[in-house]
Design a protein around this ligand. Structure first.
Ligand code: SF4
Length: 514
């Protein structure tokens, strides 16, 4: 009997260790393996017995699971609709292999991409990655091949590959799952990038909230050092600042400085870590590379739509019945993801809003469910797909509170370098608080000063406060140095636009203007 249970952080948090121990006691002759997670979060701990899944399992379910009578039986996991409907390229090993087992990795196609890269050399590697259409999966969507070509062509005595593993968006966990479940895949991707651009040193900048991922990466780096040599990798741990997910701020932090955004130019590709040409790519970008090298550019580019080629590991979270990781080709609609794959809300109430792309992403109403998951389609709809996080809210959510949360998040996480973000976010919170209070009845003492000749002297109505926050969002969007201040207006303005009733009826005026 072969029994597999995940040792992913989510499974552990749900009690996977206790279930594994109980199984070991009850079935001493069984072969128990600790594997990566299939990514079906609502079924963890998921116990797989000879291919058949049982979940979510507790210690008290063990006897029935072992004799096959458990009502938690979901049938063959590989055939379960949530899994069978996916197109898993980056997460092909999820749920199947033991994360640190080199033999498992090799037996499932591991190192084939690196072998091919060594065979064809730097120019052909870059040509292959460019031809695959791979774009940065961290959020910016910049073509990976072009970035690599720039670094390859840059002068410098030392070049670096930096993996951005500071996964801080709400509702996202794909980087964590990949690092915990398939660390050699990331290592292989980084080694291929190093070969392509002429870098022999790589850093993985991981967030401190991911202790399991950090431990697995460190162990995997040690075990595979001889395979990727002369390329070397080090893991560096962040200190909890969201803005360090922005590439230049990350580089500052990696250099041991305060995590503050750098002005561009110079681009990190030309003057990055310690002033040297540097590739900064997200975990998912680098982890897609071994498949591309092993199978060719076309095999990857055949998936997707428009300029969004390949697959995207989409993360379903929030108030959703079937949350988890769903890797599929670009082009699937938002409605399919929320209703067909995620099966609607966990609460059973109607969906009111879906935030796509992390805390800086827009809130979408059900009328946007036709949108295909595609960089350009979401941009055209005043949104973004970011790192592929989808957070679902039911009808009980108050969108004014969500808009205020966006401003508060920006205020807390701002690096402080530029005024629209540092001050605008605080002023934004204040304006939204006043809207909640129904406007301001009396004049502001500062605005009453004679120098403030343009300010109203009689307080402000909700209409006027909404005009003010709209102007403020425009200033933040176009005047901020990086995406934190520049994208905070997305959740705020989308909330006002689509749910004016949550801001008072006067919000219709803002909707008409936008
Ligand atoms: S937008 Fe905010 S986080 Fe970005 S540089 Fe300006 S102050 Fe810093």
């Amino acid at each position: 009997m072969r029994i597999a249970i995940s040792d992913d952080a989510l499974a552990l948090a749900c009690g996977a260790d206790a279930v594994a121990e109980a199984i070991a006691k009850a079935a001493p002759d069984a072969e128990i393996m600790r594997v990566s997670s299939w990514g079906m979060s609502w079924l963890e701990p998921l116990v797989e017995v000879d291919g058949i899944g049982y979940g979510p399992a507790t210690v008290s379910d063990v006897a029935a699971i072992l004799d096959g009578s458990s009502s938690l039986n979901i049938g063959k996991i590989a055939d379960y609709p949530f899994i069978a409907r996916q197109q898993r390229l980056t997460f092909a090993r999820a749920g199947i292999t033991q994360p640190l087992d080199l033999e498992d990795y090799q037996a499932t196609g591991g190192w084939l991409g690196l072998a091919q890269a060594r065979e064809i050399g730097p120019d052909a590697i870059i040509e292959t990655v460019t031809g695959s259409g791979l774009r940065g999966r961290g959020g910016a969507g910049f073509p990976a091949g072009i970035k690599w070509k720039t670094v390859a062509g840059a002068d410098g005595p030392q070049k670096y590959i930096v993996c951005n593993a500071d996964e801080g968006d709400s509702g996202t966990f794909a980087d964590r799952m990949l690092m915990e479940g398939d660390p050699y895949c990331l290592i292989e991707g980084m080694a291929i990038a190093g070969l392509a651009v002429g870098a022999d040193k790589g850093f993985i900048y991981a967030r401190s909230e991911y202790p399991h991922a950090i431990a697995k990466l460190n162990a995997a780096i040690l075990v595979s050092a001889h395979i990727v040599a002369p390329f070397e990798i080090e893991v560096r741990v962040g200190a909890g600042a969201y803005v360090c997910g922005e590439e230049t701020s990350l580089l500052e932090s990696l250099e041991g400085k305060r995590g503050e955004v750098r002005a561009k130019p110079p681009l990190p590709a030309l003057e990055g870590l310690f002033g040297m040409p540097t590739v900064v790519n997200n975990v998912l970008t680098l982890a897609a590379v071994p498949y591309i090298l092993a199978n060719g550019a076309k095999a990857y580019a055949d998936y997707g739509m428009g300029r969004s080629r390949g697959t995207m590991p989409i993360q379903l979270a929030g108030n959703i019945k079937h949350g988890g990781l769903f890797e599929t080709a670009f082009g699937i609609t938002l409605g399919e993801l929320v209703n067909d794959i995620g099966c609607g809300t966990e609460s059973g109430r109607p969906v009111k809003a879906v935030q796509v792309g992390g805390p800086l992403g827009a809130y979408h109403p059900a009328s946007d469910f036709h949108l295909p998951f595609d960089y350009e389609a979401f941009t055209a709809a005043d949104g973004l797909i970011g790192h592929g996080g989808i957070v679902v809210f039911d009808e009980s959510v108050d969108m004014l509170s969500q808009a205020r949360f966006a401003m508060e998040f920006c205020a807390v996480e701002s690096c402080g370098k530029c005024t629209p973000c540092r001050l605008g976010s605080v002023r934004g919170m204040e304006v939204l608080d006043r809207i909640k209070a129904g406007g301001r009845a009396t004049a502001d003492p500062i605005e009453s000063l004679p120098q403030m000749h343009n300010a109203p002297k009689q307080g402000r109505s909700v209409d006027e406060e909404l005009s003010l926050v709209t102007d403020l969002c425009e200033t933040m969007k176009f005047g901020s140095l990086c995406a934190l201040g520049g994208f905070t207006p997305y959740p705020v303005m989308s909330a006002i636009k689509h749910w004016p009733e949550d801001f008072g009826k006067a919000a219709d005026m803002v909707k008409d203007k936008s």
